[in-house]
Structure formats: C-alpha cells, structure tokens
Write a new protein. Structure first.
Lengths: 109, 167
C-alpha cells in the first residue's frame, strides 16, 4: 500500500479539477440529449460521482478528512434518491407504458 | 509508472462515461456505467481513500447499479423501444454541454494553482480516521441521514405499490 500512496504524489490538483469537470459536462450532455428517464437518471449519477472524486481529491490535498465524510453523505443521499426516483419511474411506466420524458408534458404551459 | 496510471484511468473513465450517454441500448448504458464506477474506485484507491473505495465498490457498483438493472429489466426496455431525440436537439445539447465545459475549464485556468496533490498523512482515508471524524464532528448529520434513508425506503414502497382501485 505504501507504493500506491507514493504514486499519487505528483498529479497536479488542476488535473483532478479538469477531470471532474469533463465527467460533469458529460453528465450534463447526457441529461440534455437523452429522452429515456432512466438514462437521464444515470447521467445524474455520473455528475454526482464527478463531484465525489473532486471532494476526495481536495480532502487529500488539504489533509482534512471532512471531505471524505461528505462523500460518504453524498453516497447515502444518492442511494435514497435512486430508490425514490426509480419508484417514480416504475409508477410512470405503469400509467403511460413508456419512460419517454416527452410523454410527461401535461404540466407544460 | 505512477503518473501515467492516473491519466490512463482518467482516460478510461471519460471514455466509458461517453459510452454511457451515447449507447443506444439502455442496458448497455448501465453496464458501461458500472465500468465507469469501477474506474472511479481505482481513483479512490490512488488517493488512498480506502473507505471510499470500498463503499463505492459495494454501494454504487453493487447496490445502486443492480437496482438500475432490475428496473430496466422489469420495464422490458430495449433498443426497439428506446426513444431518441431529433438530431437538432442532440447537436444543441452537445454544444450546450461543451460551452459549460469551456466555462469551467476557463475558470480553472485563471486559478494559477497547480500544486501536486500530496498525501501528507497516509492514514487519512482509512476507516479508523474517518470513523472518528464521522462520529464526533458529524454525528448529527449522520443520524439525520439515517432518517433520510428510512423515509426514502417508506416513500419508495409507497410509490411503487399498486394503488387499490376503489378509493
């Protein structure tokens, strides 16, 4: 494990920020271009995970364990969110026989 | 060998994340997402955040992704029923996402900090250290998150239950 901990020592913090930004942007693009509600959900998970990696990197950078505790809370929140969201999607599918978000336009205007 | 490892894993993460949103079949999307989360687990191991690596592996790859897969198979979604947006909306979405990325990268470029991420205390991400912080400094949020999980469980059961016809 000592060798693994030595390995990280020269990756600049900016590269972690850029990596997280790219993953987050991919999640945003996924939300914008897909119509299947479940795939949109998965893109949201991607965004949450980009933030998690960034929080862990900053936690190591500042030598503060609070960041990693926050990641733990975000994971708990994501689990709750996925459970409720997928239940809602199942209910929508039962009523409309599709997970297409364009069917759900009754509240539009 | 260390520096290229981060970039290689980052490349894999980005590649599989792109595959998630561009795969036509939703089940393929879920499988690619599992691989993406596995690469994130490798990132946590590289940061020596061992607790997060294990939790990411068990909770995200084990529980949440299985939930996604179960719901996808329950709803019988496949490539034929997959709704696709028109090309115009797709191109507009990609351009909007790229503009967002350019904004973020531009703001990072103005920071001028590029110090290496040094692991000063090797025991930072271990279960012992994190547990001490979690149960001293973050005890109240921890208890509240347990209530959140309980209410989410009740809500999920309530929402997914079949409604009785005669209300």
């Amino acid at each position: 494990m000592q060798t693994v901990t030595q390995t990280i020592q020269s990756v600049p913090l900016n590269h972690y920020i850029l990596f997280s930004a790219i993953i987050f942007a991919i999640g945003v693009i996924g939300v914008l271009i897909r119509r299947n509600a479940i795939v949109i959900f998965m893109s949201v998970e991607l965004m949450l995970n980009a933030v998690n990696v960034l929080l862990a990197a900053f936690s190591v950078y500042h030598n503060d364990a609070s960041g990693q505790v926050f990641v733990f809370f975000i994971m708990a929140l994501a689990a709750a969110e996925v459970a409720v969201g997928l239940a809602i999607i199942v209910m929508i599918y039962r009523n409309t026989h599709s997970t297409d978000i364009n069917v759900l336009n009754k509240l539009k205007w | 060998m260390s520096i290229p490892l981060f970039y290689f894993v980052a490349f894999l993460s980005i590649f599989f994340a792109l595959m998630v949103i561009f795969a036509k079949n939703p089940i393929h999307s879920v499988l690619y997402l599992i691989i993406t989360f596995f690469t994130f687990t490798i990132h946590y191991v590289l940061l020596n955040a061992q607790f997060l690596a294990i939790v990411n592996f068990i909770v995200y790859m084990g529980a949440i992704m299985v939930l996604f897969l179960f719901v996808l198979m329950l709803l019988n979604l496949n490539k034929d029923t997959e709704p696709m947006k028109s090309n115009f909306v797709k191109i507009a979405g990609v351009i909007a996402g790229m503009c967002f990325l350019v904004t973020l990268v531009g703001s990072v470029k103005t920071l001028h900090i590029s110090e290496p991420v040094l692991l000063i205390n090797p025991g930072l991400g271990l279960v012992k250290n994190l547990g001490q912080v979690l149960f001293s400094k973050f005890l109240l949020p921890f208890e509240i998150s347990s209530i959140l999980l309980l209410s989410a469980m009740v809500g999920a059961v309530l929402l997914a239950k079949k409604e009785p016809k005669n209300i």
